[in-house]
Ligand binder design. Sequence first.
Ligand SMILES: [Zn+2]
Length: 204
Amino acid sequence: MIHPRTELREVDPVIGCGVFATALIPRGTIVWVTDPLDRYLTPGDLKAMPARVARELLIRHTWQTKEGRFALAWDNSRFVNHSCSPNVLATELGFEIAVRDILPGEEMTNDYANLGLQRDEHFHCARGEDGCRGEVHYPDAARMRTTWAEQVAEVLPVAQQVAQPLDFLLSADVREKLRVGVKVRERKRVPRFEPLRQPALAID
Ligand SMILES: [Zn+2]
């Protein structure tokens, strides 16, 4: 489930739709947690569908889990676009977190390489922002892993200090890890990064 203070808008005709903040979402806010309405399809499920439906789902709206299932979020979270300078990153705790303040009207983005590209997967990033890599490839994850882990480690302790509307979706175990995470940072350890989500193949 995506943070409630978001809505779907068109970014531009090339990128298509994206998810935008309707109010300030402070850094440290958990902006996505899976919920029971999300679907996790097996390759067999997709095979049983008309090819065009399966292809559309795969290309645009799913990511592959570590277990090899295709995750289809039921809400607008499936429209979160890629950016090479994302304001959201995945964590090893099963949620995604704002790594900087997301201002009202600002688009929420993640780096699809952060979500775990397939080895042969790559795409052109049309955003052209500062730091835009142009082509996004599988090896980007290895290069960026430390940077992402540091960004997440920096904001995890803040999660305790900001409103968390998605808190009700967190397990007791994750809440405990979040609480302990503050101590982890104090010991100057960087949490190990594990991709949580894999991206859609297209920008939108
Ligand atoms: Zn880019």
